[in-house]
Design a protein around this ligand. Structure first.
Ligand SMILES: [Zn+2]
Ligand SMILES: [Zn+2]
Length: 143
């Protein structure tokens, strides 16, 4: 049986950690870890639109066309995620399919054990009151 509240687990190996869940360009791919990645097409041409497999962009105006020195033809590239390095149609992306991330589960997430000052307590009470009354605006100024 799985429980929502797991005890902290062994974290993935330090070597894998920076790459888990990532989609990389060929030039970013660490050779020694390449077996943990699966090659996927970078841009899928669909009937009505194209789709960048790294950022999910489907907007026509966010694709550019560039001549490719390797293939001697023009290719699509994604302008939406170009800041992370150009995704060119003829180049594959490499998607992490190795070990899954193991997240630490905390017993009491987003909780705080402490004591509010009386002014904070007053503000807190007022805020809860406003939320319960369904009022939309309430300004709290805190430092
Ligand atoms: Zn993209
Ligand atoms: Zn090419």
């Amino acid at each position: 049986m799985t429980s929502l509240l797991k005890t902290p687990q062994e974290s993935p190996s330090q070597e894998h950690r920076p790459y888990i869940g990532k989609i990389l360009l060929q030039k970013e791919l660490p050779l020694e870890l390449s077996t943990h990645f699966t090659k996927i097409p970078s841009i899928k041409r669909k009937l009505l639109y194209n789709e960048c497999q790294r950022c999910g962009n489907q907007k026509r105006f966010l694709f550019g066309i560039i001549p490719c020195a390797k293939c001697h033809q023009t290719h699509l590239y994604c302008r939406n995620c170009i800041e992370m390095g150009r995704v060119l149609e003829c180049e594959s992306l490499f998607c992490w399919t190795g070990e899954a991330p193991k997240w630490t589960c905390y017993d009491a997430p987003l909780s705080w054990r402490g004591t509010l000052t009386s002014a904070q307590q007053t503000a807190s009470n007022k805020l809860v009151e406003v939320i319960n009354e369904g009022k939309k605006e309430f300004l709290i100024w805190a430092v």
